[in-house]
Design a protein around this ligand. Structure first.
Ligand code: PLP
Length: 453
């Protein structure tokens, strides 16, 4: 028996690291620094950041203007709790963000998952204060990702991420996804839209007076890979929600902030959701910042009732994060990066479609603006994914990395896909280089490399 004062014995992992990693035992390069669209490892290798990290670094790396803002703000104050102080930085951010997107109110958080939870909580509070507390059921797509927290995972149709917490989750992910490649079964866009909406109506009606809201990614990201709905779908879903009197909540954590060539992806279809959730590109990798854009009726109801939203997160709306997000917004606006995302997105899409003519592993190219996805298939005729599912995704991620290109895995457990989503600042020459590196990676692809891990 050891004396009570001795430290507990620790079993170090064989690589000598105490850090719990993504895949145990996986060898990854150590990151050194970043400049623009490039990231460098400590051995001096350069990688073109073809996925903005996790579709986050929208301005690229080490942007001088953002770094200056960070250091100036850090010298004044980095943290003050929203329960003790208002801050000029968060007021200005809310003003600018609300103004640019057409929402009267903004709630600030830190991560995407926190913002999704906040959207759920605000919706539940709204119904409670309206005297309908039984409205507590949300519905979302069966192929989707909305975050790693219990509410976010309850919404997510992502078997690979759900399984670990399944015992604590709700099965909100009931809606057939607008994922034509695997779910249209020969229907054209109009027929597929009608099919999806008819099914959605049945799901909504089944929950009747317990339904609190509908939460969707306008373009599906991490589960499935840039799943782009037929044009009629989002407007029809919005109309369905209006008819049933329930809010439509758009999770634009990946798609917002100009990523798809419009400030919000829902704007492609002239849809104005009741709430919008933002994250990732809001802090653009410089600070963990996220937000919920909130429609008038929610806040009016709460203002006439308890007049308080006391749930929140310690760091939410802190002056440093808010100053950084404001500087990011100003950069997006002053450098016209939404327009650049649309233009470079067109160039990228044309190049990917040309690649798909030669590279058999590409089953479909889809997406909007600088959020493009490649569906990966073992066999184009049968559309079969890798065996096991996910192995082709991993093989492509590894092959790209070998060529000095980063792409993002987007398999949720039913398909294989990667996201190609470089920073919104990417130049035409950098898009050409990205396509060259991707072509080389797919040519050198070892389809079995992803099964080994
Ligand atoms: C659409 C969507 N929602 C929510 C999240 C969760 O965001 P975070 O990882 O910042 O918690 C993500 C992250 O990939 C996402 O893509």
């Amino acid at each position: 028996m050891r004396p009570a004062t001795s430290p507990p014995r620790t079993a170090m992992r064989p690589d000598g690291s105490r850090l719990i990693k993504f895949y145990f035992g996986e060898e990854l390069p150590f990151v050194s620094h970043g400049r623009g669209v490039f990231v460098y490892d400590t051995d001096g290798r350069r990688y073109l950041d073809g996925c903005s990290g996790a579709v986050t670094a929208n301005l690229g790396h080490a942007d001088p203007q953002i770094l200056r803002t960070m250091s100036e703000q850090a010298e004044r104050i980095t943290f003050a709790h929203r329960g003790s102080f208002h801050s000029e930085q968060s007021e200005r951010l809310a003003d600018r963000l609300g103004g640019m997107t057409g929402y009267p109110y903004v709630f600030l958080c830190n991560s995407g998952s926190e913002a999704v939870e906040t959207a759920l909580r605000l919706t539940l509070q709204y119904w409670r204060e309206r005297g309908e507390p039984e409205r507590s059921r949300f519905v979302s797509h069966a192929v989707s990702y909305h975050g790693a927290t219990l509410g976010g995972l309850s919404l997510s149709g992502h078997p690979q991420r759900r399984w670990v917490a399944e015992a604590l989750l709700h099965g909100f992910n009931e809606l057939t996804p607008p994922y034509a490649y695997r779910f249209a079964e020969g229907r054209d866009d109009d027929e597929f839209t009608a099919f999806l909406i008819e099914r959605a109506a049945r799901v909504l009606d089944a929950h009747g007076p317990t339904l609190a809201g509908v939460v969707v990614e306008p373009v599906g990201g991490a589960a499935g890979g840039a799943i782009t709905p037929p044009d009629g779908y989002l407007p029809a879903l919005a109309a369905l929600c209006r008819e049933r009197g329930v809010p439509l909540i758009a999770d634009e954590i990946m798609t917002g902030m100009g990523r798809t060539g419009t400030m919000l992806a829902a704007q492609h279809w002239d849809v104005h959701p009741d709430m919008v959730v933002l994250g990732k590109g809001m802090g653009a990798g410089y600070a963990p910042v996220s937000a919920v854009l909130v429609g008038e009726h929610f806040v009016d109801t709460i203002a006439a009732g308890t007049a308080a939203v006391t749930n929140g997160h310690t760091y939410g709306g802190n002056p440093l994060g808010s100053a950084v997000a404001l500087a990011v917004l100003e950069a997006v606006e002053s450098r016209d990066l939404v327009t650049n995302a649309a233009a470079r997105g067109k160039q990228l899409r044309a190049g990917l479609e040309e690649l798909a003519e030669r590279q058999e592993v590409i089953g479909e190219v889809r997406g909007l603006g600088l959020l493009q996805g490649l569906e990966l298939v073992a066999d184009r005729a049968t559309r079969s994914p890798g065996d096991p599912v996910g192995s082709l995704t991993r093989a492509v991620v590894l092959a790209a990395r070998d060529q000095g290109l980063l792409v993002y895995p987007a398999t949720g457990g039913i398909n294989d896909a990667v996201l190609i989503a470089p920073p919104l600042t990417t130049t035409p020459e950098e898009i050409d280089l990205l396509l060259e590196l991707l072509d080389a990676a797919l040519t050198a692809l070892d389809r079995n490399a992803g099964s080994a891990a």
